[in-house]
Ligand binder design. Structure first.
Ligand SMILES: [Mg+2]
Ligand SMILES: [Zn+2]
Length: 200
């Protein structure tokens, strides 16, 4: 299903070297959780994320960000600002040697304040649409893939596609949630999560 507002970033030259990926939530996993982040100056990396992503890059494991974008649904900013923020993230990480291979996001909400974003969208986590779209695009086996998140909605989305799910104690640390989901593993942060994945 192609819905308005689903543009996908793919790193130029990205060609998956594996048939599985590590999916990352953005806020609270890669960057500090700032409630409703949309300003570039508020984007602040979680220090362990740099090393974690670099390790995945070195292991030639696809690194795919999947995030909900409530800031757009709430009309705090428009899609172009969200894209600017994501490009800022890509650039900041790249400058320090960490490459994001792709970014999928969902700006929809069934009760969005922005009338163009009102959709009960299957991409919005805990929906699985971003994961299945990425799997299709990059020929990934989701059952062999991993998702690292700080919210139960991330864990639930991963569980619903049979991925291995890891809850990190950064960001919301799973405490925000409206959903009930038990992760396969709990890790201190993205780096300990990645170390675990790469040790399997
Ligand atoms: Mg999060
Ligand atoms: Zn959507």
């Amino acid at each position: 299903m192609q819905l308005e507002g689903h543009s996908v970033y793919i790193r130029p030259g990205f060609k998956p070297q594996k048939n599985w990926a590590v999916f990352l939530d953005r806020d609270g996993v890669i960057n500090q959780e700032k409630h409703l982040l949309f300003k570039l100056k508020d984007w602040q990396v979680i220090p362990q994320a740099l090393q974690a992503i670099k390790k995945l890059n070195r292991a030639e494991t696809p690194v795919i960000v999947v995030h909900n974008a409530a800031v757009v649904a709430r009309n705090l900013c428009q899609i172009d600002q969200l894209e600017k923020l994501n490009q800022h993230m890509v650039k900041k990480l790249k400058q320090r040697g960490a490459n994001i291979d792709a970014i999928f996001y969902c700006p929809h909400h069934r009760q969005a304040f922005n009338p163009r974003m009102v959709k009960d969208c299957p991409w919005r986590k805990p929906g699985t649409g971003m994961l299945t779209a990425a799997a299709k695009k990059f020929r990934l086996d989701l059952k062999k893939s991993f998702i690292i998140g700080d919210s139960a909605r991330d864990i639930l989305a991963g569980k619903n596609v049979g991925a291995t799910t890891i809850l990190v104690k950064t960001g919301h640390a799973g405490k925000d949630s409206l959903y009930q989901a038990t992760p396969d593993k709990i890790s201190q942060n993205i780096l300990t999560a990645v170390n675990w994945i790469l040790s399997l």
